[in-house]
Design a protein. Structure first.
Length: 309
């Protein structure tokens, strides 16, 4: 199992490293990366989610229990962070970055590891986890911005952000196509499969390109708090809930994998747009990207030996 985990992590680590090298060496023009990230987020990853969910066999998956496990863990840790806010000794803007660092996750890393460990069924399970986490994380984070970032996010803004999120739209479309039995026409199936296959390498290259080692120096105490919430509290809560709900095997593995992932690079963009502490958010992203290489394998081993993953 340890060898399988290492092999599953290798593509993600390699592509992130290559992205950092390509950006640092100026091999590609600087304006390539924003366009590539936009392509991956708005087109390629939604295509992967639609295809994976529309063609997945979810008959043996305890979807409701998986949703309760993941959403329950996110709710508990979100409440914990809010309760601990007075003891964190950070500004309101900085707290929004700590909060994002505590519950957001990197889709590309999770999907790549799931594919490496479990193959096509792993991608389908990971797509299902995305469908659960993305709306929950976006709702919680935007509400936190509304409370702590000078109320810049209105109720309508929250709803609009959730309903227009491309990952939510892609997940909903895939679930509807699967639930109604419509499926994907042969030509559309092939196009979405090809686009989805491109999403993970391009997305991980963009993750590497956004990595800034110097940003780690920004607010180490706050970054450490966010990382403790993300790498300890969140997966631990998921593990306890998975055990209490009777989850096992690959379902428990996916729950622990996705709750132990580093935070998304897109959190920096949200912090910049909604009045958060963007430099601190960049530091949290950088720190968690490094720590994930050490922490994610630990939780995968817990899933493997504790839940038969």
């Amino acid at each position: 199992m340890i060898a399988a985990i290492v092999l599953a992590l290798a593509p993600a680590a390699g592509l992130i490293g290559l992205g950092a090298i390509l950006r640092g060496s100026r091999f590609l023009p600087e304006d390539f990366w924003p366009g590539a990230e936009r392509l991956a987020y708005f087109v390629l990853l939604p295509a992967l989610l639609v295809h994976s969910l529309a063609t997945a066999d979810l008959s043996d998956i305890p979807v409701a229990r998986l949703a309760v496990c993941i959403m329950g863990a996110m709710t508990l840790v979100s409440a914990l962070l809010v309760l601990l806010r007075p003891w964190l000794a950070v500004t309101d803007a900085a707290f929004t970055s700590v909060f994002q660092g505590g519950i957001r996750f990197n889709n590309y890393v999770g999907l790549t590891i799931a594919a490496g460990l479990l193959g096509a069924p792993g991608i389908a399970l990971a797509a299902l986890a995305n469908a659960i986490i993305v709306p929950t994380a976006n709702l919680f984070c935007i509400l936190i911005f509304a409370r702590y970032a000078k109320g810049q996010a209105s109720v309508m803004g929250v709803l609009r952000s959730i309903l227009t999120n491309p990952l939510i739209i892609g997940s909903a479309a895939g679930i509807i196509l699967k639930g109604t039995g419509l499926g994907l026409p042969p030509g559309v199936d092939a196009v979405l499969r090809a686009l989805g296959q491109a999403s993970l390498p391009i997305g991980l290259l963009c993750v590497g390109a956004a990595f800034d080692l110097l940003a780690i120096r920004q607010g180490m105490r706050a970054a450490a708090a966010a990382s403790a919430a993300k790498f300890v509290a969140l997966p631990l809560a998921a593990a306890i809930l998975a055990w209490s709900l009777g989850l096992e095997g690959t379902t428990a593995l996916i729950a622990l994998l996705f709750t132990s992932l580093p935070t998304a690079t897109s959190a920096y963009i949200l912090a910049r747009q909604l009045g958060g502490d963007a430099p601190l958010m960049a530091g949290i992203v950088a720190l968690q990207t490094v720590l994930a290489a050490l922490v994610v394998p630990v939780w995968l081993l817990v899933a493997a030996y504790g839940f038969g993953g």
